[in-house]
Design a protein around this ligand. Sequence first.
Ligand code: SAH
Length: 239
Amino acid sequence: MSLDNIRIVLIGTTHPGNIGATARAMKNMCLSQLYLVQPKEFPCAEATARASGADDLLYNAKVCEGLDEALDGCRLVVGASARLRRVEWPQFAPRECASQLLSEARQGSVALVFGRENSGLSNAEMDRCQYLVHIPANEEYSSLNLSMAVQVLAYELRMTSLEKVSSESKSDRQVATADEMEGFIQHLKQTMQDIRFSDPRQSTRLLRRLRRLFNRAQPDNDELNILRGILSAAQNCKL
Ligand code: SAH
């Protein structure tokens, strides 16, 4: 799954509790790859306590000497920034960021990089990011707690991955063609008359509403055939 190719990289984290809370936020959203660049204190009991059952992520976390090591082999690197930056760094909105990361993650590793609690990311670290992402918080108070920033962006990744799965499975289905739908509607119209549910002269508006209903459901041809089977059975039952 592409979420497995997404690395969450924390640089120079000062509070081990934030590392634990990040692991928890990640596991809730089905992310697993945690990279720690020069954490101040790790491993640490406080991190394990705050991970609250997500300690497998801490156990498997890769502790790195430098950012290069954490980004090794990544196709796309996005840095999370608490401040809106100048134009040198192109920016993504959180949802756009999730969509781009997930698309690239189908082909290989990608990274989402978070800065230190007190000073964020340095310019040199941002240079390693092709894009920045900013959570549009209160402009006068825009800096989220590190693990909460991870939570928000991880949630966007999760939502986008769920949407992608459902749109992919939807697109595998062959929605009935206009002709097939018309055949069904005519069959429905005839049946409604046969069973004396409606008078053909007054049924135009009713039929238009039913058309809208069935078009909205986007049935495939098999489903239309089931419905037509029911209509035929009803026609055969007429007194
Ligand atoms: N004082 C720092 C903020 C550090 S918060 C500064 O002003 O830069 C720690 C990290 O959480 C940040 O480096 C960033 O990666 C992430 N973060 C916090 N708020 C964010 C926001 N609004 N949008 C994106 N990332 C954010």
